[in-house]
Write a protein that binds this ligand. Structure first.
Ligand code: FMN
Length: 180
């Protein structure tokens, strides 16, 4: 089962990219998560789209998503919503026929605040509705107080979170395989 993992954060020491790496390290047998980052994507401009179409970086992401069985987005919360960079990438991806249409998806996120990106994840779910994605409703993963759960190298050190991620991965595998 091929899964594309998208981090909504561009920074190297990102908790969310670390969370995505933790997912990769815990992936069950038969699942292969390929992490991708959204660095270097131009801001959406309808004139640029008309002139040259989707940027190469977006065409590459589109192709990877089309070839995958599922997609997980791991997002920070910026000002109670999703980061502009993630929204921008999703806006580009949505042009033409979105490769996320009917794609089995999961969302999660990490923040140093107490509620671990809950508001952001619900805005992300709303945006993904426009793509007609099929998003796993639960279990949900809100990693709060992230600075206490990852070490200086970005390794997940919190056992409770690791166990929750394992359960989530199992549920997500069933979700992608449409096994109720
Ligand atoms: C512009 C901006 C807005 C932010 N707004 C929120 C917020 O609304 N809620 C929250 O929990 N954290 C907020 N934060 C803090 C982020 O959760 C924190 O920077 C986090 O480390 C970002 O994720 P990352 O580590 O994956 O890059 C904000 C950070 C930035 C830069």
């Amino acid at each position: 089962m091929k899964i594309i993992g998208i981090s909504g954060s561009l920074r190297k020491a990102s908790y969310n990219t670390s969370l995505l790496r933790a997912l990769v390290s815990l992936q069950p047998q038969g699942m292969e998560i390929e992490p991708i980052r959204l660095n270097g994507i131009p801001v959406y401009d309808g004139d640029d789209e008309k002139a040259t179409g989707k940027p190469a970086a977006i065409l590459e992401i589109d192709q990877k998503i089309r070839a995958a069985d599922g997609v997980v987005i791991v997002t920070p919360e910026y000002n109670f919503s999703i980061p502009g960079g993630l929204k921008n990438a999703l806006d580009w991806i949505s042009r033409g026929k979105s490769p996320l249409k009917w794609k089995r998806m999961g969302v999660m996120g990490a923040s140093d605040g107490p509620i671990g990106t809950a508001r952001s994840q619900y805005h992300l779910r709303q945006t993904l509705q426009a793509h007609e994605a099929i998003i796993m409703p639960r279990p949900e993963i809100f990693v709060g107080n992230a600075s206490k759960k990852f070490d200086a190298e970005g390794k997940l050190t919190d056992d409770d979170t690791a166990q929750r991620l394992q359960k989530w991965l199992k549920a997500f595998a069933d979700w992608v395989e449409k096994k109720p």
